[in-house]
Design a binder for this molecule. Structure first.
Ligand SMILES: [Fe+2]
Length: 216
């Protein structure tokens, strides 16, 4: 049993893991037609993560995986809360299932590593920013519909919102331990930066869900 299996179990021990068939059933499980093989995607991303062109390879893997967004939706389920659910986590690779409530906006932030995001349900509107001295400046935007994938270099800064009236669901893949990394988020009005990490983001999403849905 190698590193990948231990990492599966580590991810499975995290709070709020989605019930992914492959993770629960272990190696060798193949989902039926019309359901994305999430375990296969994880394994392919693990293989790609060690390569010099990992970002490019993983972008291609996610594009292929989301060619049929309904199959991803069938595997992951439509999100009904905002936040990041860990699907896989190691020191070189993090895969998250991300849900975003209708109308929700996330302030500009960096990732401190390359990032690949692909929408499987609903839409995400991404705004791109560039650093300008101690602050940031907007430089464009792009909207992702189900099946579309976008790749960010390690120094990228973006914000995003859900412009639709249903939850957005997306697979986010990062080239490192995203949940442990110290990152920067810029206040949406003042554009002043503050340090954040996976713990502060989880608390932020818990507060968002508590306000919107009365979660305890
Ligand atoms: Fe992001």
């Amino acid at each position: 049993m190698g590193q990948s299996r231990r990492d599966f179990l580590r991810a499975a021990g995290g709070a709020g893991l989605f019930f992914l068939p492959g993770v629960l059933r272990g190696q060798g499980f193949s989902p039926p037609d019309g359901v994305l093989d999430v375990e296969r995607l994880i394994k392919d991303c693990i293989d790609a993560a060690g390569k010099p062109d990992a970002q490019q390879q993983i972008t291609g893997l996610l594009q292929r995986a989301l060619q049929d967004p309904a199959a991803a939706l069938a595997a992951l389920g439509r999100p009904n809360r905002s936040g990041f659910e860990p699907v896989y986590r190691s020191s070189t690779l993090t895969i998250l299932n991300a849900g975003l409530a209708p109308g929700l906006q996330l302030a500009p932030h960096n990732h401190a590593m390359y990032a690949v995001t692909g929408v499987y349900s609903g839409r995400e509107r991404h705004k791109l920013w560039q650093r300008n001295g101690g602050t940031i400046q907007a430089m464009g935007e792009r909207e992702l519909s189900a099946g579309q994938v976008m790749s960010y270099d390690a120094n990228a800064v973006h914000s995003l919102e859900n412009p639709a009236d249903q939850f957005a669901g997306a697979i986010h893949i990062y080239g490192g331990d995203f949940l442990a990394a110290a990152r920067t988020r810029w206040h949406p009005e003042t554009l002043q930066g503050e340090t954040i990490d996976g713990v502060s983001e989880r608390l932020m999403f818990e507060e968002i869900n508590r306000r919107q849905y009365g979660d305890r």
